[in-house]
Design a binder for this molecule. Structure first.
Ligand code: C2E
Ligand code: MG
Ligand code: MG
Length: 622
């Protein structure tokens, strides 16, 4: 529209200025025409009344003529300039002959004056004709310009509203497009925000949204319950039925959990097979436990997938705000610790217990120090003798790690091994222990005392694909034959990773390394598993050994284990032998090896050497 207005105003201005220029030129020509007529009539007057005034008036008319045409020359076009020049030349002739007429009149020569005047007719006609034509042409031009101005104004009369309407229509189209574009953008943005806060598979809120809602709920000051559920054996379902069925199962779990809680509660998926339920405004821990029971029942109802009825169980960790933490981050972490404990111990449900938390700040500090301790070789090994029954001959040692902490003194393994297990430091720690133990083994060999050394492995070590190679390399490096190394594994380590354990143990056993099941009797190893494992030794847990002479049932358990081991072709080692009576009872039961404070506490290498010399390699049974 503004383009149109600009065009209209510029065109009008241009046409108006041309019209006015043409009009001015026309008026100059007219002025010249009038002056020429006056010149002629004054010339004629002079012949009748030859006065000085007439002559002066004639000269003024002549100047006026010339001035008018000079103005044409200044303001007109090139053709105007040429035409004015031609007219001025003809006029000059006319002026010259007029002078001659005046002289003849002054002399009284009427005949000459008439003759000259007669000769003037032609140039005069031409001058008159040319200036009249100039005036007509420019007047016509001015009229034409004015006509086109009228046309422009007529165009503007209907053009302005039309252009306005078109402009309005374009503006409306543009604003509609803009509105739609903004709507699409808003929708996209809303979708992106939704996606970033929800799990794509199940559509449930994700960890971030749960954390935000937990934070908001905690801020209200009312007690909040947080329940973390980790599906049991989900990996098995995934492996046997395929990922699609696994995904299907996960999508069915959400609605079940949601149906079991109130609308104001949040069910979220934290990833993998881990779900969370945020219970706002709970009255007590008991109330949370009741809801957890409902959740577990909801999951246990069979879910039909690929023609199979699957029943889902979950390990559940529970925290309640106020009691277990005051901020979202702490509550989430502690719920995870509780869930981990429930899973590890096959407890189903666990409420957070600080004593089971490997991540409390004191332990965290210990972890940083443990890394340093490994580098600075602050970890030392103590050796506890194992003696044969009934002879009392020293047949080996168990290497037990201790931390010679610069401030805390000698730190027992229970305080840092679980920490190392949780953090991946257990790999380097185990290799360190193996290295120190085998170096000591080599020393004893060189001193003519080839003692078998038992080293403890953690559950995590069994999942370490390089462990076997590293053990064999270390044996080789220290020149210790494989049969002088015994690796001890707990039952829980074997049951957590049965397939990997079997693979690793088979390779180690094939290389000649002895293998013992530690703390036997406290775990869940099935007899079937025991039969298939390439182990050489069962170490009866000291919980039974320590009380075997006072508690009849423990005595029976020890005897049963000894019988079982003998039937499976395994050596039995009794741990925690604290007195002579136990020592004798074990010998009577046919147990092969004893280990315990009764013979010796775990000792540093030097102390062990002294003890060994004093007992002359045979523990005095009497
Ligand atoms: P464990 O392998 O069952 O080791 C035997 C534990 O029983 C040792 O405790 C030992 O000092 C203690 N003990 C020995 N005889 C008696 C006794 O007559 N009475 C009583 N009450 N206790 C006795 P320690 O040294 O504190 O080790 C505790 C646990 O720490 C070990 O249990 C083992 O599971 C773990 N551990 C020790 N060293 C290592 C290691 O180098 N690596 C790994 N992964 N674990 C280790
Ligand atoms: Mg052990
Ligand atoms: Mg043990």
């Amino acid at each position: 529209m503004s383009g149109f207005a600009l065009w209209a105003s510029q065109t009008t201005a241009r046409v108006a200025s041309s019209a006015s220029a043409a009009n001015r030129l026309a008026s100059y020509y007219l002025e010249a025409s009038r002056a020429a007529s006056e010149e002629m009539s004054l010339e004629r007057s002079y012949r009748l009344v030859p006065t000085y005034e007439t002559l002066a008036a004639h000269a003024a008319a002549e100047r006026s003529f010339v001035a008018a045409l000079h103005r044409v020359q200044t303001e007109g076009s090139a053709s105007d300039r040429a035409q004015a020049q031609a007219i001025l030349l003809t006029h000059a002739d006319f002026v010259a002959s007029a002078e001659k007429v005046f002289v003849a009149v002054d002399r009284g020569d009427t005949a000459l004056a008439t003759r000259i005047e007669y000769g003037q007719a032609e140039p005069l006609f031409r001058v008159q004709h040319d200036v009249d034509r100039g005036a007509t042409e420019h007047r016509k031009e001015a009229f034409d310009q004015l006509a086109s101005m009228r046309r422009i104004s007529a165009t503007m009369t209907w053009g302005v509203p039309l252009v306005f309407l078109v402009g309005l229509a374009i503006a409306m189209v543009l604003s509609t497009m803009l509105a739609r574009y903004r709507r699409d953008l808003d929708a996209e943005r809303a979708q992106a925000v939704h996606d970033s806060l929800h799990d794509s598979l199940t559509g449930l809120p994700n960890r971030q949204l749960l954390a935000t809602r937990l934070h908001t709920a905690v801020q209200t000051g009312r007690p909040v319950g947080l329940v973390l559920l980790d599906l049991d054996r989900f990996k098995e379902i995934n492996d046997t039925l395929g990922h699609r069925c696994g995904d299907e199962l996960l999508t069915r779990v959400g609605p079940r959990l949601t149906a079991a809680v109130r609308d104001t509660d949040t069910v979220a998926r934290l990833g993998g097979d881990e779900f969370a339920v945020l219970l706002s405004d709970v009255t007590s821990l008991d109330a949370v436990l009741n809801i957890v029971e409902k959740l577990r029942l909801a999951l246990e109802l069979p879910i039909q997938i690929a023609g199979a009825d699957l029943s889902v169980e979950a390990s559940v960790g529970i925290v309640v705000s106020g009691e277990h933490g005051d901020d979202a981050q702490t509550l989430l972490r502690r719920a995870e610790v509780a869930m981990y404990v429930a899973k590890q111990r096959n407890r189903g449900v666990a409420v957070y217990d600080p004593s089971e938390d490997a991540h409390d700040p004191g332990r965290l500090a210990l972890l940083t120090e443990l890394r340093r301790a490994l580098d600075q070789r602050e970890l030392v090994l103590h050796y506890q003798p194992k003696v044969s029954l009934p002879s009392g001959e020293v047949c080996g040692v168990e290497a037990l790690v201790r931390w010679e902490h610069p401030q805390r003194g000698l730190v027992p393994p229970d305080q840092f091994i679980p920490l190392a297990e949780h953090t991946g430091l257990i790999g380097p720690l185990t290799r360190y222990v193996l290295d120190v133990a085998l170096r000591q083994g080599r020393r004893w060999m060189d001193e003519g005392r080839p003692l078998q050394i038992a080293v403890n492995l953690a559950a995590r070590n069994l999942a370490d694909p390089d462990l076997c190679d590293d053990v064999l390399t270390l044996l080789d490096a220290h020149g210790v034959p494989a049969h002088l190394l015994c690796l001890e594994l707990t039952e829980s380590a074997i049951t957590t990773e049965p397939e990997r354990a079997l693979l690793l143990l088979t390779r180690l056993r094939a290389a000649g390394v002895s293998l013992a099941v530690d703390d036997f009797g406290t775990g869940y190893t099935s007899l079937g598993q025991l039969k298939n494992l390439p182990i050489t030794e069962l170490k009866i847990d000291r919980a039974f050994v320590g009380t075997m002479t006072t508690e009849r049932s423990d005595g029976l358990i020890v005897r049963s284990i000894v019988d079982l081991a003998r039937n499976l072709g395994l050596t039995t080692v009794a741990e925690g032998v604290e007195d002579a009576a136990t020592f004798t009872a074990l010998a009577a039961n046919g147990c092969a090896v004893a280990q315990g404070y009764h013979m010796s506490r775990p000792l540093s290498a030097e102390a062990f050497d002294r003890w060994y010399v004093e007992t002359q390699a045979v523990y005095d049974v009497a």
